[in-house]
Every structure is written in C-alpha cells, then in structure tokens.
Design a protein around this ligand. Structure first.
Ligand code: HAS
Ligand code: CU
Length: 804
C-alpha cells in the first residue's frame, strides 16, 4: 500500500535536512525559503540604507564617498526591489495560495523549486557584481549611457544584468505557476466569486509579472549586447536612442511597482475582515479594482519620463492615465475603511500594521498623484520628493503589510505566536520612525535637494532635515532588530497555536498549524457560498461536523521531490558566470544545465503514470497543469517579442535608421519561412500521431521536424555570414536590430530543437502514452509560437524596411 508521503522529502528513508532543502517541491517549504532569503536580503539592503543615511546626516561626511556611495546606492535599490519586496510576495503566495484554495501543492511543483533557485542564484550574481568592478553609475534603473562600456567598463555591470535575467525568469515562472494554480486547483465548489481576495491580488500581480517582465529583459539584454557584442539600439552615433532604454525599462518597472504592492493589498483584504469580524466590504468591487489597477498600470510607464520625452501631447496623455490609477486604488481604500467601519476591531500587531498601512499608503499615493501633474514633476523630478514618495508607498505600503502578514500567519507556519508586546513596539517604532525619516524628505525635495548625491554643502537649509531623517532611519532599524529578536525567541517557545487561532475564514485555517506535508487530511465540503468558506460551513454545521470524511492515504498524491531544478539553475548560473569570466566555465555550466534539464525531463513527476494521469485530469479547466503553464509562459515570450518589435518600430519611426547597402535577402528568408512553416505541420502531426498511438508516424514526423529546424538554422547561418563579410552591424542601426531580433529568434529555434531532441529520445525509449505526453505537447506548442514569431520577423524586419 502506498504511503501518503509518496516519494517526497520525508519518505520512508528520511533525508538529511540539506538534501531535503535542495530537492523539496513542497510549496510550503519553498514559500518559507523565499521568505527567509528575502529577509536576509532585506537586512543587507537595510544596512546599506543606514550607511547612506549616515553619510547624508550632515554635510561633508566621509562614510561613503563618490563611486563607493553610488555603488551602495545602486545595490540598495536593486536589493530592496528585486531581491526583497518582489520575491517575498512570491514566498507568501507559495505558502498560502494552495492552502487557501484547498490544493495539495502548486500546479507546477518542480518549476516552483526551479524559480526559487534562480532567484537565489540571481541574487548572488547581483552581489557578486562588486567583485567585478560593480554597478556604480547606473543606479537600480541602470540608465543608458551610464551603463555602457564607456562609463561603466567593468564586468560588474554585466554580472548585474545577467543576475537580473535569472531573477526575471524566476518571476515569470512564479507568475505562470500562480495563474495555473488559481485556474486549475481551486477546490471543487470554489468558484471565482469565492476565490480569496489574496488570490485575486496574486492573480493580478501574476498577469503583470508574466506580461511586463519581458520589458526589463529586453531593456537590459540590449544594454548587454551594446556592451559585449557591440551591436546597439541605444547608440546615438548610429541613430539609436538612449531614451528607448527608458521606455523599455519603465514598461516593466512601472507595472513592477504594482507587482510590489498588489499582493499586500490582497493581504490587507484578508486581515481586515478577520480582525473587524465583518465580511470584506464590496468583494466584487475590490476584485475588479485589483484587476483594474493591473490593467491601467500598463498604460502609465512614461510618467517616469516627463522630463525626458519632450512631447507635451505624450506628457498629457501619460499624466491622464497615471491619475486614472488613483480611481481603482481609491475604491480599495474606501472599501477597506468601510470594512472596519463599525466592526469589532482587535488591535493586535497585524491589525495595527494594517491600519498604519492604510494611512501611510494613502499619503504616498497622493504624493504620487502630485508627481503625475507634469509641471510639478518638472520641479520635483530627481529630487528627494520622489524618494519620499516611493518609500512612502513601499515601506508605509508594502513593508508594513509584510510585517502584518508575518504576524498573522506565523502561527500557521510555525505553530507558535509571535510576541505581541514586542510587536507593538515594532509597530510604534516603525510608524513614528517612518514619519520621522520620510516627511523631512518631502521638505528636502521642496527645498531642491537632488537625489543620488553623496554629499551637499552647508547653508542650503538642508542640514536639519537630513539629520532628522537619519535619526528616523535608526528607529526603523531598531524596529527590525526587535522583530528578528521576536522571531528567535518565539521559535524557541512552545507550540501553542491551534489550527485556527484568529478565527479566520479561509481554508489554510482548516489545516493543522503547521500543516501536514499533504495539507488536508479530509475531504473538504463543496458548499462554497462566499469567500469565507469556514464561516459558511460553520453555519451549515459542516465544519466542524460529524460527516467529514477522512482521506485514505491512497487518495493522497504528492509530486516527487527532485534535485534537478537546483542543479539546472546552478548550471545556468555557472554558465552566466562563464559569460563574465570567459573561458571553460561557460561550457561547463552549459553542460551541467543541459544534463540537469534532460534528466529532469526523463524523471517521473509522480509515483506512477496512472497517478500522474489522475492528477492531470483532476483540475478545473480541461487543460492539464503543464500545458496551462506552458500557454502562459508562451504569452510571456510573445510579450518579449512584441516589446522588441515595438522598440524596433520606435527606432524606425524616429527616421534616423540608415539602411546598409546590402540588405538581408528576402529570397532566403522566404525559403526559410517555407522550412519553418512546414516544420510546424510536421510537429503538429507528430503530436497527432502520438495521440492516436501511431508511434512510427510520431517518431518519423518528429525527426522530420528536427531536420527542417536544422535546415532553417543552417540557412540562417549562411545568411549571417554573407552579411558579415561586407557589413559591420556595430556601425549600422538597422543591422543591429536585425541581428538582435533574428538572433533571439534563432536562440528560440535552438531551444525548440533541444526540447524536440529530448522528446525524440524519450519516444525511442518508449516514453509517452496517447494520453500522457506533455513532453511532446509542450515543445509542439512552443514551436508554433516560434513559427508565428518568425512570420512577424519576416514582415517587420525583412519586408517593412522596403516600404519606408
Ligand atoms: Fe509612484 C515614481 C506616480 C504609486 C513606486 N513611484 C516612483 C518611483 C517608485 C514608485 C519606486 O507620476 C521612483 C522610481 C525611480 O527610482 O525613479 N505613483 C504615482 C501614482 C501612483 C503611484 C500616481 N508608486 C506607486 C506605488 C509604488 C510606487 C504603489 C510602489 C509600491 N510615481 C509616480 C510618478 C513618479 C513616481 C509620476 C515619477 C516621479 C519622477 O519624476 O521620477 C498611484 O498609484 C497612487 C494611487 C493611490 C492614491 C491613494 C488612495 C486614493 C484615494 C482616492 C482619492 C485621491 C485622489 C488624488 C483622487 C492616490 C484615497 C488626489 C490628489 C491630490 C494631489 C490631493
Ligand atoms: Cu510609475
């Protein structure tokens, strides 16, 4: 008889803890790993902040001077955004989403582990960058040309960019996973109207992550090519435009500020009702507002560029869309206030942090709307007003709720309560400390103090405000130390938290504290009347009730643990380090990554094929988890190409693109189109053959696909060589764009070929059944996208220039 811990970390032979850590696919462990790692980065970023405040506390200090100051400032910004606030939300999401919707794990457990390791290694790469000369001038935004090889010649910039790529992929995989989990794994009976508010927030965040992250991938990839390969979209000497970097960067980084805040909005909407003993006010309006914010935030990025664009029309349009965001956000604030209105409030730390959030976030939001007023922004751009604004929304907003969330769910995660008295100290230190630190910075902004300076002269009226601000930062630091102390002593204390210590209403409170590895021991009732299932069931007498069916161990299936996500991300990291250091490391990394990916693909995901099939069919959409995830990932890929195409059109329309004498050959491109389109057909019918159990057809057509793809790559190679004989793409904007786009596309073809090769080998070995063959369906879907993208490449890169 199978045990409930099928093949997982705490299986028959217990693993040593470190091996468990490296191989776990348990969403709860991965969630906690994310949270702990993020806090470590938070502490590091906090130390950097204190050094910055020390340096600025008085004029003429010598703590951090010149480049060193800039280095620390750039690290501080990168750390807090990319390594703390975004990933810690992924941690909460991982821990909570499956529990809240009654699932056993995330939809793609191994991808989940992969995401965590890429985040960790990406963070390490970013912190390795000072070893290679650092990221000095760019700041967290790494504006061009501060990031090019002239101003920033050291390889530290490359390291930073490559680390960011890993983190970007990690975010995208995380987003894809949250979407697939929300769609597929909601408990039977839980419709969208009963989906927890935190789920909505996570879903909106994930849409942003999946569709916007390619913006920063594109922006920094182009910087990288400029630095390392010499082809450039930004270099004005050949007609490129540095402003394009800002467009691409903010196309991600504005939505990213909502990626940094929406999850916390979701947690606010969970905590307030619990401690007000009232349902959330306006569930539908809140869910709608969340989606509304996500949607509008795609349309506002250029408010970071009011002083750079030089177009009153565009400035007005972006000012309008930016102010529009205040509407759905205002809806949320009013709904929260209505939720606590006349509620029976409990003033514990979680609740106080949440109330503090409402107050501080509103102030931060309004100072943001002020910045959306173009003439005001012209005054305030790059001043301390902006610094105060974004810390107001990020600390007073997001980070207050990080704390609220930890106080709220710590009993669930550990079975223990955090000390409330220390919690209150934390709250007051932070609430007062926040205002003492940042209110003076608004004043400094109005007094004209620019951001990103390491010192200033006496007599400008800035001394006093800077000193107050620095004192405030010590209060914030003291609060955090108390928090760490609180965690330590609480973890040493006894486990006194029951399953539902706060009388909460979402499903995580139906599990033990901490939950068993498989989360739920029983069959959950299927009557979901509202977003508060536990309250509903209590009313109906279903929970606690006599008829709750305990699940047989044989009914519980958990995914297998795996070492390969860890090894694959390690290999990728070694590969990237090899790109920086040059030499054999590169090939070693590539070999490790490939070996890991192949082994991973071969390894069974569950105890047996039957169980995998059963799990695959137990979902809410008709699409299995793997394919659903694939479709969303392809959405992200499509977005990447769309963003690049937009950038290309931007350059085309500026009219500074000079075409080379020898253009790429349309004839060859058409020939290649023929090969690629045919290969989509062979791929499609290979899959079709497998689904009808015609294995020979399947293998034959898969082989044909591989052949056609190889021919495509060969023709591309011939074309490139011919072009490179007479032309230097570094000297020509069109050719820079041409090689970037066709190169990225060719890279996708290569990845497709690798996936097909794996599928082919597995096919030969007799893997796959007519019903269970994601290993084939995934590459086929990917291949269709590669094909469609090619058609656009043909039209845009080969054909369009002939009409300009
Ligand atoms: Fe922001 C810069 C505008 C929200 C983060 N923001 C930044 C930067 C960061 C950041 C990190 O338009 C600096 C990046 C860098 O390093 O250069 N921001 C807004 C607006 C909102 C906003 C309109 N920001 C956020 C959130 C963030 C964040 C959330 C992270 C979590 N922000 C800007 C602009 C800049 C900017 C310019 C560029 C400045 C520059 O020159 O560089 C909104 O989403 C805020 C909406 C929320 C509210 C509060 C609740 C709403 C109520 C309804 C009634 C209120 C109304 C407004 C109708 C508004 C209660 C009345 C208006 C009055 C002025 C009285
Ligand atoms: Cu913005």
């Amino acid at each position: 008889m199978s045990s409930i811990t099928v093949g997982t970390s705490s299986g028959a032979k217990a693993k040593p803890w470190w091996l468990d850590l490296l191989t776990t696919v348990d969403h709860k462990k991965i969630g906690i790993m994310y949270i702990v790692t993020s806090f470590v980065f938070f502490a590091i970023g906090g130390i950097e902040a204190l050094l910055i405040r020390l340096q600025l506390s008085r004029p003429g200090m010598n703590v951090l001077v010149g480049d060193f100051y800039n280095q620390i400032l750039s690290l501080h910004g990168s750390t807090m955004q990319f390594l703390f606030i975004i990933p810690i939300a992924v941690g909460f999401g991982n821990y909570l989403l499956p529990l809240m919707i009654g699932a056993r794990d995330m939809a793609l457990p191994r991808m989940n582990a992969f995401g965590y390791w890429m985040y960790l290694f990406g963070g390490l790469l970013i912190y390795a960058s000072p070893l290679f000369g650092g990221i000095i001038e760019g700041g967290w935004v790494a504006y061009f040309p501060f990031s090019n090889s002239e101003y920033q010649p050291s390889a530290g910039m490359d390291t930073w960019i490559l680390g960011l790529q890993l983190i970007g992929f990690s975010s995208i995989f995380g987003g894809v996973n949250f979407i697939a989990t929300s769609i597929n794994l909601r408990a039977p009976g839980m419709g969208w109207r009963q989906f927890p508010m935190f789920g909505w927030a996570l879903l909106a965040t994930s849409f942003l992550t999946v569709l916007a992250t390619p913006g920063i991938t594109a922006a920094t990839m182009l910087t990288y090519l400029d630095r390392v390969v010499g082809i450039s979209w930004y270099n004005p000497a050949i007609g490129g435009d540095p402003i394009l970097y800002q467009h691409l960067f903010w196309f991600y980084s504005h939505p990213a500020v909502y990626i940094m805040v929406l999850p916390w909005f979701g947690i606010v909407s969970e905590i307030l009702p619990t401690f007000s003993r009232k349902p959330i006010f306006g569930y539908t309006a809140l869910a709608g507002a969340t989606m509304g914010i996500a949607f509008v935030s795609f349309l506002v990025w250029a408010h970071h560029m009011f002083t750079a664009m030089g177009s009153p029309l565009l400035n007005s349009i972006f000012a309008f869309t930016t102010m529009l965001v205040a509407v759905p956000t205002g809806v949320k604030i009013f709904n929260w206030l209505a939720t606590i209105w006349r509620g029976k409030l409990t003033f514990n730390t979680a609740m106080m942090m949440t109330l503090g959030f409402i107050f501080l976030f509103t102030i931060g939001g309004i100072t943001g709307v002020a910045l959306a007023v173009v003439p005001f922004d012209w005054q305030m751009q790059d001043s301390y007003w902006v610094v105060a604004h974004f810390h107001n929304v990020l600390i007073g907003g997001s980070i207050f709720i990080v704390m609220a969330g930890i106080f709220y769910w710590f009993p669930k995660m550990s079975g223990r309560f955090l000390n409330e008295r220390l919690g209150k100290w934390l709250f007051w230190l932070w609430f007062v400390g926040f205002n003492v630190t940042y209110m003076p910075q608004y004043v400094l902004g109005l007094l004209g103090m620019p951001r990103r300076i390491y010192t200033y002269q006496a007599g400008l009226g800035w001394e006093v405000w800077n000193m107050i601000s620095s004192i405030g930062s010590l209060m914030l630091a003291a609060g955090f130390l108390l928090f760490v102390y609180n965690i330590v002593i609480s973890l040493r204390g006894p486990k006194t938290a029951g399953a539902n210590p706060w009388d909460g209403y979402t499903l995580e409170w139906a599990t033990a504290s901490p939950p068993a590895e498989h989360n739920f021991d029983v069959e959950l009732p299927t009557e979901f009347k509202s977003e508060r299932p536990l309250y509903g069931w209590k009313k109906l007498g279903l929970w606690p009730g006599k008829d709750i069916k305990k699940l047989e161990p044989s009914q519980i299936h958990l995914p297998n643990a795996s070492l390969w996500p860890f090894v694959a991300s390690l290999g990728l990291t070694v590969f990237l380090a090899g790109l920086v250091l040059k030499g054999p490391l590169l090939w070693a990394g590539l070999a490790i990554a490939l070996y890991a990916v192949v082994t991973w693909a071969m390894e069974p995901a569950f105890e047996s094929d039957e169980i995998e099939l059963e799990v695959a069919h137990h979902n809410r959409s008709k699409i299995n988890n793997g394919m659903l995830g694939t479709y969303w990932f392809l959405g992200s890929e499509a977005s990447l190409f769309l963003i690049l195409f937009s950038g290309y059109f931007y350059l085309l329309l500026t009219g500074r693109m000079v075409f080379p004498e020898e253009m790429p050959s349309i004839q060859l491109a058409l020939l290649n189109t023929l090969f690629l389109v045919s290969s989509s057909f062979t791929a499609h019918f290979a899959h079709h053959g497998l689904a009808h159990n015609r294995r020979k057809t399947f293998l034959g057509l898969l082989g044909a696909t591989l052949g056609l793809a190889t021919v495509f790559l060969a023709v591309t190679g011939i074309e490139w060589r011919a072009l490179l004989i007479n032309e230097d793409p570094a000297q020509n904007l069109y050719l820079s764009a041409f090689f970037t786009i066709t190169g990225l596309h060719a890279l996708h073809v290569i990845v497709g070929v690798i996936m097909f090769l794996i599928a082919f080998v597995r096919g030969l070995r007799g893997h796959f059944t007519p019903k269970l063959h994601n290993g084939v369906e995934v590459p086929v879907a990917y291949w269709h996208l590669v094909d469609v993208v090619w058609i656009f490449v043909l039209l845009i890169v080969y054909v369009a220039p002939r009409f300009v």
